[in-house]
Design a binder for this molecule. Structure first.
Ligand SMILES: [Mn+2]
Length: 411
């Protein structure tokens, strides 16, 4: 068997709307918006530098239909660099860039081949004895087990299966092209290049079944280092390494307040917890979500002065590193007293507002309001999964806590 190496990437989501809405600093928001494109450029640079034999993307090159040709022009420019370096590119359509979803086109260079969508297809690299098998999505959703219909392996060749799938389920990712690792194994291939799940995961080792994750974190849901996978095959032995391509990172930190904490002591606790994150930044700007938990008397004080306390927490971040930006401060501290004693005067707000779970009518009403606000946000920034940077339960819990804290201060 010959020796070769290739890059396995997935979920570029080019053209994705910006979801880090809580990043109020415009320059910082721009940096994160640009980061997804920068990550793909960085990966193309790596491919050329390491002279890989081919480059494959296992779905979701685009985040959705293009509002203009800008994103298509960008992609063409990058893959044309691969063509000039003699590197073939294999693309597979995922749920976000399914055939029926993308209505515009830009003609791509000749080194780019796309897997069919109606049935599985095979591309052969004769000089390497490599066969790539794959089927892209025709529609936004694919409910069938696509893997089972993939062709038999090419005997004596290195066979790669390319598939956009959630396997047997990977929350919070939508369940597409469901299949088990056993189904994949049954095809008898040497490597499975998967896409759809945005976290890096080695699903199985015999054979290697890999989710490379996406190239750049786009919201607090996509934390940590992001990139693609470089696979090296030498005399039948397979090795992989991660190629980290992100230029900005998201992280989350939970800090528990103690019963007698003051705002100053909470702040000291936060500052001490931030310190270890500096290493994980690896020189990149960090958008940090900090969640305060625990049970403490400081709760109402913090809630009532939430904006000022947030600035104090941002200041604490900057004392650790100039490039740690507070993405959001979540105040999830529980009150010391039980709900009965916590009743705020004649309003009895706590009684009116359930502590856990919201009625469905309230959730529906809130969803409609969020949609209204999202539609008015500039630059399509409200078009993502989390238009206001958080899910409904979180937004409602925040509104409830603020209301209770204000009432308590007033009373
Ligand atoms: Mn997907």
């Amino acid at each position: 068997m010959s020796s070769f190496r290739f890059i396995h990437a997935a979920d570029l989501h080019l053209g994705s709307p910006f979801q880090g809405l809580a990043l109020k600093d415009a320059d910082l928001a721009d940096l994160f918006i640009e980061a997804s494109r920068k990550a793909f450029t960085a990966l193309v640079d790596e491919a050329i530098e390491r002279a890989v034999d081919f480059f494959l993307v296992a779905g979701d090159v685009y985040d959705g239909d293009w509002k203009d040709n800008k994103i298509g022009l960008f992609f063409n420019r990058e893959v044309a660099r691969l063509e000039r370096a003699g590197i073939p590119v294999f693309l597979l359509k995922g749920n976000h860039d399914a055939e029926s979803v993308i209505t515009r086109t830009i003609t791509l260079p000749k080194n780019v081949s796309e897997f069919p969508t109606g049935k599985p297809g095979t591309f052969r690299l004769d000089h390497l004895k490599v066969a790539l098998h794959g089927q892209g999505f025709a529609e936004r959703s694919a409910n069938e087990n696509l893997a089972l219909a993939y062709p038999k392996p090419e005997a004596g060749w290195f066979n790669i299966g390319v598939l956009h799938t959630s396997l047997t389920g990977r929350e919070p990712h939508a369940p597409y092209a469901p299949c088990s690792v056993e189904d994949l194994r049954s095809r008898g291939y040497d490597y499975w290049a998967l896409g759809h799940v945005h976290d890096f995961e080695i699903v199985a080792r015999d054979p290697l079944v890999v989710f490379p994750g996406n190239l750049q974190g786009r919201s607090i849901r996509e934390k940590g280092a992001k990139g693609a996978v470089l696979v090296t095959v030498e005399d039948g032995r397979i090795a992989y390494e991660r190629l980290i391509t992100d230029s900005a990172r998201f992280a989350e930190l939970t800090v528990a307040a103690e019963i007698d904490d003051t705002p100053a002591s909470v702040l000291r606790r936060v500052e001490a917890s931030i310190e270890p994150l500096v290493e994980a930044m690896e020189g990149r700007p960090l958008a940090l979500r900090i969640r305060l938990t625990g049970k403490s008397r400081v709760r109402n004080q913090l809630l009532a002065k939430a904006a000022d306390f947030r600035d104090e927490v941002q200041a604490a971040c900057h004392r650790s590193h100039a490039d740690i930006w507070l993405e959001k401060l979540e105040l999830r501290i529980e009150p010391v007293d039980g709900p009965a004693e916590r009743s705020t005067g004649t309003l009895g707000l706590d009684g009116l507002l359930a502590l856990d779970g919201f009625p469905s009518e309230l959730l529906e009403d809130a969803a409609a309001r969020v949609a209204e606000i999202a539609a008015r946000l500039p630059g399509g920034s409200g078009a993502g999964d989390l238009p206001l940077g958080d899910d409904l339960d979180m937004l409602l819990a925040e509104a409830r806590d603020l209301l209770i804290a204000r009432a308590a201060e007033a009373g």
